[in-house]
Design a protein. Structure first.
Length: 155
């Protein structure tokens, strides 16, 4: 069952809510469920997502589908004896969730940073001197425990 509702979709589009059980109502509900299913594939536990953002993305996806139900649109221009026809393909004909909507759901991806490997094999933080700069809020060790596993620069 989707988080967004048919009533919210209708209100956003500025149209009357279709009658419950009508073909249009059932179609919109199916599209809402399709949107939620796509999101569930990426985020199996929907309860961990912001429910307001989830409802918004579902609603936007269905609104886009309602506004352009078929992936093809045709434009024809005629002037006197000449005419021009263009066919455009948009989307897949399914309920689509745009990349920026995915970003809204899952937040921006964290930037990957370099990693560190502890070559000492134990937590060297436990053996720093109490007056080591690291324990006093500095970003570096002054007692040498970070390189030797025990304080070497201070008695």
């Amino acid at each position: 069952m989707s988080v967004a509702t048919i009533e919210e979709v209708a209100t956003s589009l500025g149209v009357t809510t279709p009658d419950a059980g009508s073909v249009q109502y059932l179609q919109w509900q199916m599209w809402l469920d399709d949107a939620e299913l796509q999101i569930t594939v990426r985020y199996p536990d929907l309860s961990k997502l912001d429910q307001g953002v989830l409802a918004l993305v579902e609603r936007w996806a269905v609104e886009a589908k309602i506004k352009n139900p078929d992936p093809v649109s045709t434009r024809q221009i005629s002037v006197d004896d000449g005419s021009e026809s263009s066919t455009f393909t948009r989307g897949t004909g399914t309920v689509d969730i745009l990349p920026e909507w995915w970003d809204m759901l899952g937040g921006k991806k964290k930037q990957v940073k370099a990693f560190a490997i502890d070559t000492l094999g134990f937590d060297s933080a436990l053996c720093h001197r109490l007056w080591c700069n690291l324990n006093l809020g500095a970003a570096y060790c002054s007692c040498g425990a970070d390189i030797a596993g025990e304080p070497i620069f201070e008695p």
